[in-house]
Design a protein around this ligand. Structure first.
Ligand SMILES: NC(=O)c1ccc[n+]([C@@H]2O[C@H](COP(=O)([O-])OP(=O)(O)OC[C@H]3O[C@@H](n4cnc5c(N)ncnc54)[C@H](O)[C@@H]3O)[C@@H](O)[C@H]2O)c1
Length: 365
């Protein structure tokens, strides 16, 4: 039986159905749309299509399916063009809907295609990675990458519904599950201290009895944050809190070269660096920083760079962070375990360098 949460955004409100075995629920959503005269199309990637073929068939039958290459590379102008042409070739009209069935890549790409096709059609998120279940499928941020950087073109376009079926995780590679755990740990740290202590007591695995409950807690927290600051306009905190560990993590991803670390792996190291910064600012004790590092490590995530990166490159990547205000990067710092805030005042370059050094950056190689 699915449990339902609601993301309350007035006329853009939508349900998140959570549980195992939601094939029938997704099928019912598709049938409802088709019976009302709407055309539906499905976007997925080759890995999901090959590993979850039976589930896709049960959920979507013979609905037109666009299967794109797997991986970040498809979140591109070319990838977007292919999805838009696919929708047009199947004569999806304004009453139509696109079901995005995959990880964050398919969700972001499909969401942006749905936002721009005919100036906006409905889309439904069916996340298949842990990261997409706890994070990217909720909140309406959609987009693609440009040569100049990640997620530089996109739109806010809320899905009409999200179906989180944990059965998909059975075929997810272990390394991808671990990458999703970085976001789960992030939620515990920024707003759910009890979740953090649960993860500390026992590392979460795909077989954990409390897996669905943990995903539900993350979605509930994300929904609450999005409801308070849908377009990330809050002067302080708000949706930007979801970037805990990401300011450091994005710099690491970029300097190491995209693909060297999975996004979640870079965020794992970023969380350790953010913990260190919070200690520097007098908010966390050394013991708490060690506890955070231990939880990240216990979930098969790196807590330090696998190979040193050069400080100068990391610092210049930070300066280009798209969350910067007037050239000053905003960091999310922990006020205590389970509570975060955005901050830029009082954070010096020396402090940041210290944090990068603590996770293995070097002044020269
Ligand atoms: N929109 C947002 O709010 C938001 C938030 C966080 C991240 N993101 C974006 O999400 C993307 C990362 O998402 P991701 O980590 O899910 O990566 P992904 O979509 O690339 O999926 C990871 C890998 O797992 C495979 N896969 C997916 N589901 C599977 C399954 N059930 N079984 C077997 N293999 C499966 C995929 O084919 C891929 O190879 C990034 O582009 C990031 O920018 C967006």
């Amino acid at each position: 039986m699915a449990e339902t949460l609601t993301v309350s955004l007035r006329e853009r409100s939508y349900p998140i159905a959570l549980g195992a075995g939601l094939r029938g629920d997704v099928r019912a959503e598709l049938d409802r749309r088709v019976h009302a005269g709407g055309k539906v199309a499905v976007l997925t990637d080759v890995n999901v299509a090959s590993r979850q073929g039976d589930t896709l068939k049960a959920m979507f039958g013979d609905a037109p399916r666009c299967t794109v290459a797997a991986g970040e590379g498809i979140k591109s102008i070319g990838g977007l063009g292919d999805v838009l042409e696919f929708l047009a070739s199947h004569r999806i009209d304004r009453t139509g809907a696109l079901f995005a069935v995959g990880g964050g890549v398919v969700g972001d790409l499909g969401g942006f295609a749905a936002a721009s096709y005919l100036r906006g059609i409905d889309f439904v998120q069916v996340p298949t990675t842990l990261l997409a279940m706890v994070d990217s499928s909720v909140g309406g941020k959609t987009g693609i990458n440009l040569r100049a950087g990640k997620n530089l073109a996109g739109a806010f376009h809320q899905p009409r519904a999200v179906f989180v079926d944990t059965d998909f995780l059975q075929t997810l590679p272990q390394r991808e599950f671990a990458a999703g755990m970085a976001e789960v740990i992030k939620y515990g740290l920024l707003g759910d201290a009890e979740l953090f202590t649960q993860l500390e007591r026992a590392a979460l695995t795909p077989a954990s009895a409390n897996l669905a409950d943990v995903i539900r807690r993350c979605c509930a927290l994300k929904a609450k944050i999005v409801e308070g600051d849908e377009r990330e306009l809050a002067a302080e905190s708000g949706r930007a809190l979801l970037n805990l560990g990401h300011t450091f993590g994005h710099a690491i991803e970029q300097v190491a070269g995209y693909g060297t670390y999975l996004h979640g792996e870079a965020i794992g190291i970023g969380l350790c660096a953010a913990a260190r910064l919070s200690q520097e600012l007098g908010c966390l004790s050394a013991t708490e920083v060690a506890r955070i590092t231990a939880v990240v490590g216990a979930h098969a995530l790196p807590v330090r760079l696998r190979a040193p990166l050069v400080m100068k490159s990391l610092m210049s990547a930070l300066a280009q962070d798209k969350k910067s205000r007037a050239g000053v990067p905003r960091f999310v710092v922990l006020k205590r375990l389970g509570e975060a805030a955005t901050q830029s005042e009082g954070i010096t370059a020396t402090m940041i360098e210290g944090c990068f050094r603590a996770v293995g950056a070097k002044d020269s190689l």
